[in-house]
Design a protein around this ligand. Structure first.
Ligand SMILES: Nc1ncnc2c1ncn2[C@@H]1O[C@H](COP(=O)(O)OP(=O)(O)OP(=O)(O)O)[C@@H](O)[C@H]1O
Length: 657
């Protein structure tokens, strides 16, 4: 399998895939047996971003000149060089704050905007950029994010559809899924649901980690990065996971992982170890070379000690002895730099890079030509795959199906019993109007909370997959909302069917169907509003906190608690956004239009004689019936568009940060 990745000189996107124009010098990247080298990598905490610069300028204006000044930038990685070879498993180790994650992020071009990176990274000596790195490598992140209601196999089939190249036929994708399932020993749990911690019991932690690897190796990348693959696992599972990495390395892949406290057994599996301390390289070589190196420095690892623990402790900065520890770390790092292994390593990577210096140096991964699509699958394939997965997750989500159906039937029966058998008399008018308004309130809160709890919990998965170039935001949003349409149609219709005739509402079948349609429209406005709130909130708890305070004013303008004619002029605009108002008006018109007589049961003058008077009391007009329908439809569309734009903005700000 020898595919070619080419880069155009001078386009700022070296290493981008695509055909080269005649006359443009190209670099042909290897797709197998990759030696990854990095040379003179320096990372600084960025002094100021545009936002902080503006804030500092404002603060600085109020400061006296003596207090003004720029804080020195923190030097996080200091002239770090190294190499990872095919067929080898390299472990990045060091105490907390040593710079492991920063180095891994730098190597994978995933550094946050808050740092400034310089240095060169290369594949077999050819400088590389973020796009090429992304095409040829896999990155297994520390936290596993899945749609927990899917089975292992369903998850992998979905991944194969959106991650593998668009020209690969369906049969070949499925064959690869089979291969990966057996390679990562997931056969036994292939039909088990992945699970959601605390909600749905699923596969074990080790299986989950192996599933993360499986998703990444589907495309058979020659280079793999893993961030803390063993965190949260017991020693047996940790060993199991590292042995998976080892077997990948033995197949010729280049594997780099960060790791905390490996056991002696796990440590023995590493081909190379890279020890980091205070942002510098303290050692890079085989475990045996590490023993010799530290022995030569007079710090031999005792025979009954775990070497990993020993080296990490040796290179840690102890709070009470900071100065001594830092001096010791500097001494170790300097010795390594001047040692035979250190010198060989840095000259090797340096020489190769210079040799290929005719190629442009690395560009910023995100400044590659915008016209090139980051997606492997076409729009249509993405759409089919995401719709299929969204549908599966809706059907299998207990909160959406079982709980909601049960909740709907129970509330409908409760309302039906409390308001049971209303007559068309003076008391009945009040009760029927109350029952209709409570239907709107119930449908609103039920749908908003259901959407928030499901959509918000899925958003982190969407963000990661979208930023990994798996599918577009519009595809996700359309599919997600389409897949949920059946449920958001069934719930209000079921609710209306159960309570309508129990309460004794207008018995005309056309009125019944119309009431069902109005309640369905209101439910869907609430659903759209729920999507909007979910998309603008940073977390589920934020969404649940801001939802109700926003809904309450809309509810007050519904005409039940505050007469439509009494809305203060400065709040008129807000009342035009109230789906309660349109829903309530439409339901009352549907109920009372054409009712010629209402029995008066009390001897007071407030008894409405007919349906028209009831509507007049609320300041509602029969002529507005169509307007109410159209306004509800408009609100459904409006809130959805706002929700989509918010999601788009969110993905945009994340990908450019
Ligand atoms: N964006 C940043 N701005 C300022 N300092 C940073 C930034 N990123 C990392 N650092 C600092 O750089 C040092 C190295 O951080 P890094 O996360 O790479 O350490 P680590 O070895 O991965 O630690 P741990 O094992 O605890 O995750 C730390 O002191 C950290 O506080």
């Amino acid at each position: 399998m020898e595919s070619v990745y080419e880069s155009k000189k001078g386009d700022g996107g070296e290493g981008s895939s695509g055909s080269s124009s005649p006359g443009i010098k190209t670099a042909v990247y290897p797709t197998e047996n990759i030696t990854l080298t990095w040379n003179d990598v320096n990372v600084f905490a960025a002094g100021e971003t545009r936002r902080t610069r503006a804030m500092n300028a404002i603060k600085g204006f109020f400061r006296t000149s003596s207090r003004r000044g720029v804080r020195p930038r923190k030097h996080i990685l200091k002239n770090v060089s190294g190499a990872a070879y095919p067929g080898e498993l390299m472990a990045l180790m060091g105490s907390s704050g040593a710079g492991k994650t920063t180095l891994l992020n730098t190597l994978t071009f995933r550094s946050p905007a808050s740092v400034v990176v310089s240095g060169r990274r290369a594949f077999n000596g050819i400088p590389v950029n973020g796009k090429t790195m992304a095409s040829l490598s896999a990155y297994v992140q520390q936290d596993d994010l899945f749609i927990g209601t899917l089975t292992v196999r369903e998850h992998l089939v979905f991944q194969a559809m959106v991650r593998m190249d668009r020209h690969i036929p369906y049969e070949a994708r499925m064959a690869r899924v089979e291969e990966v399932i057996s390679e990562l020993t997931l056969t036994r749990c292939q039909n088990t649901v992945i699970g959601v911690p605390g909600k749905i019991k699923g596969i074990s932690g080790g299986e989950m980690k192996r599933l993360s690897f499986a998703s990444e190796v589907l495309t058979n990348p020659p280079l793999m990065f893993c961030d803390e693959p063993t965190s949260g696992l017991d020693s047996f599972m940790a060993q199991n996971v590292v042995s998976v990495l080892k077997s990948m390395a033995m197949k010729g892949k280049t594997v780099v992982c960060t790791i905390h406290q490996p056991s002696s057994e796990v440590y023995a599996m590493f081909d190379k170890i890279l020890l980091m301390a205070e942002g510098r390289v303290a050692f890079l070589g085989t475990p045996e070379q590490a023993n010799d190196f530290f022995k030569a420095m007079g710090a031999a690892c005792p025979s009954n000690y775990n070497p990993a623990d020993f080296f990490i402790q040796l290179l840690a900065v102890v709070p009470t002895r900071e100065e001594t520890c830092r001096n010791m770390i500097d001494m170790v790092c300097d010795s390594f730099e001047n040692s035979e292994i250190g010198g060989k390593l840095s000259s090797e990577s340096e020489f190769k890079i210079q040799e290929k210096s005719m190629f442009p140096s690395w560009g910023d991964p995100w400044t590659s030509p915008k016209s090139l699509s980051p997606y492997k699958a076409s729009w249509w394939i993405q759409f089919k795959a995401v719709l299929w997965r969204s549908w599966l997750s809706v059907m299998k989500e207990p909160v959406l199906i079982k709980v909601r159906m049960l909740q709907t039937i129970m509330v409908a029966i409760m309302i039906g019993i409390i308001y049971f058998g209303q007559e068309l008399d003076q008391d009945g008018v009040m009760n029927i109007n109350g029952a209709l308004f409570i239907c709107l309130t119930n449908m609103t809160f039920q749908n908003v909370f259901a959407v928030i709890s499901v959509f918000c919990s899925e958003l982190p998965v969407f963000m990661r997959e979208h930023l990994n170039g798996m599918y577009r935001t519009d595809v996700y949003f359309i599919c997600k909302t389409l897949a949920e349409v059946p449920i958001f149609l069934t719930v209000p219709l079921l609710f209306t069917s159960v309570m309508y005739y129990m309460v004794g509402l207008n018995s005309n079948p056309v009125r019944f169907i119309t009431a069902g349609a109005i309640i369905t429209l209101v439910s869907n406005v609430a659903t759209s509003f729920g999507y909007f709130i979910s998309c603008i909130s940073s977390s589920i708890s934020v969404a649940l906190s801001i939802g109700p305070p926003i809904i309450i004013p809309f509810m007050l303008f519904g005409g039940f608690f505050l007469n439509a004619g009494s809305v203060p002029p400065y709040f008129k605009w807000l009342s035009h956004l109230s789906w309660f108002k349109y829903g309530n008006e439409a339901l009352l018109i549907n109920q009372w239009e054409g009712i010629d007589s209402i029995a008066c049961t009390r001897t007071n003058t407030s008894c409405p004689r007919d349906g028209h008077v009831v509507l007049e009391t609320y300041n509602f007009s029969e002529d507005d019936f169509l307007t109410d329908f159209l306004a509800l439809t408009g609100l459904i569309i409006g809130f959805r568009v706002l929700a989509f734009l918010s999601l788009l903005y969110r993905t945009f700000t994340r990908s450019s940060s």
